[in-house]
Design a protein around this ligand. Structure first.
Ligand code: UTP
Length: 460
């Protein structure tokens, strides 16, 4: 595409205000704006605007919804046996260098309002370790335990890529071999008004937004990292989001259930707290597993109770998945397979005289869980919310740094108490992933040691 083509596309889509602006720039700045626009998928955004992303939505008339099959929390001896078999299969996968970890960290983190990448937010109860450090240390501990190579892949966005890479660099990759930490940036899409108008972010850039966490499965392929991982002999990708400090990175039990089911896409779910909790739910939709967003069908199904009066659709999405890499490749074979969704947001746009005025805009995004119904085989397992799910979304209140930090402290206290060590209620404890990865690990580390907790205690 040359500069004339870009102006033709803009004009044919009624973007004369951008073309007029372009003409008023100096040649250098014209080139800058042109280079930026040429790197964006304008055709896609205009098509999505036309269709308003209907492809991602489901009409309640034509769908059949029911509870999905989910591996329950282990309660019976048979469950325990199945868990042990899964754990052993998962451990073999890790030892055989068959697993990589992907953390998606390209979001804008608007609700948290932290002016740096979300992964750099300090969260642990005593050492104030950042989210990134907690994930990196778990990866390092797993590498050491299984004498294995586990690439840690981080998805950033154009907005936070350089800061994220600089952060890892400044902490020397938290002790992981630098060659095993890979970064790629997700795609950006122009933000558009409901009237179909593109907006300028500044003189030489359009206003854009990251293309959603589903964009990870596209950019993994376009960045070349997908093929690199496949070439390393890696078959499975453990996927999680940067905002949950309780994620058990590359959990062998989860990997094992996924492998034994020969699943292409697996998911961890937690019991919804009540019918009002607004999380996506894991269901069977027209015979295929899928995640429904809270708002789908006006939230009607979210309030359904079973005969005993329990929440029927109880399986809340944790956004922790395992994806088979051949499946991810297939999702990219004929264009990108995930549907786009449209979110309406209000932003401040500089008005006449520089005074900001609110305007509604549409942001198009893909969601990673839309891969689930596209998989040939899936697997879903229930985990305990207190052990694995404490997302950091808001500055204060629910799902905030305070609740996530408390959840970590509570969990580590529980591990110690189960290992026979009393922790006075007023004290805080924190256990480094490099000391113990889970309660069993901790119990083994502390066997025959006399630990007495008399003050806030960090085990590292
Ligand atoms: P959220 O949808 O909660 O967004 O993303 P966010 O950016 O963290 O926060 P808000 O909505 O702006 O307040 C869930 C996870 O998906 C990642 C985020 O980084 C987070 O780990 N994500 C989201 C991406 O990597 N890219 C995206 O385009 C969107």
């Amino acid at each position: 595409m040359n500069q004339a083509d870009v102006s033709d596309i803009l004009k044919s889509h009624g973007q004369d205000h951008i073309v007029d602006h372009y003409r008023r720039l100096t040649p250098d700045r014209q080139k800058e704006l042109y280079d930026h626009i040429a790197g964006l998928d304008l055709d896609l955004v205009f098509k999505l605007h036309r269709d308003r992303a209907r492809a991602g939505d489901v009409s309640s008339l034509s769908v059949k919804i029911g509870p999905a099959r989910i591996v329950p929390l282990p309660r019976t001896p048979e469950d325990m046996e199945r868990h042990a078999a899964a754990q052993s299969a998962g451990k073999s996968l890790i030892s055989d260098r068959g697993v990589a970890v992907l953390i998606v960290a390209g979001g804008q983190g608007v609700r948290l309002g932290h002016d740096k990448p979300k992964g750099t937010f300090p969260i642990s109860p005593i050492k104030n370790k950042t989210l990134f450090q907690l994930f990196a240390e778990q990866t390092k501990a797993l590498q050491a335990r299984f004498l294995s190579r586990i690439p840690l892949v981080i998805m950033t966005s154009e907005e936070n890529h350089d800061d994220t890479v600089a952060f890892f660099n400044s902490y020397n990759y938290f002790g992981i071999d630098k060659g095993d930490v890979l970064f790629f940036s997700q795609g950006m899409l122009p933000t558009i008004t409901p009237q179909g108008e593109l907006l300028l972010r500044d003189d030489t850039h359009l206003l854009t937004n990251p293309d959603g966490h589903g964009g990870s499965l596209k950019a993994l392929a376009t960045s070349g990292i997908l093929q690199h991982l496949i070439d390393l002999g890696i078959a499975e990708l453990f996927y999680c989001q940067v905002d949950n400090p309780l994620v058990k990175i590359a959990d062998p039990v989860f990997l094992g259930y996924h492998a034994l089911a020969k699943a292409e896409c697996s998911t961890k779910v937690v019991r919804r707290e009540n019918i009002n909790e607004k999380v996506g739910v894991y269901v069977s939709l027209n015979g295929k597993d899928a995640i429904l967003e809270y708002s789908d069908f006006g939230g009607r199904h979210m309030r359904t109770l079973d005969k005993e009066g329990n929440v029927l659709y109880w399986a809340g999405n944790t956004a922790i998945h395992i994806l088979n890499l051949a499946f991810v490749k297939r999702l990219n074979d004929h264009g990108f397979a995930l549907p786009y969704h449209c979110a309406t947001k209000t932003i401040d746009k500089p008005g006449p005289g520089g005074t900001p005025r609110p305007v509604d805009v549409w942001k198009f995004e893909t969601f990673v869980f839309d891969a689930i119904p596209l998989a040939e085989r899936t697997c879903c397992m229930e985990v305990d919310r207190r052990e694995e799910f404490a997302p950091v979304k808001n500055k204060t209140g629910p799902d905030s740094p305070a609740t996530a930090c408390r959840a970590m402290a509570r969990l580590h206290r529980q591990w110690l108490e189960e290992a026979g060590i009393r922790v006075p209620p007023e004290l805080k404890v924190e256990i480094s992933p490099l000391f113990a990865l889970d309660k069993k690990d901790l119990a083994e580390r502390l066997r025959e040691k006399k630990l007495s907790v008399q003050e806030d205690t960090y085990l590292g």
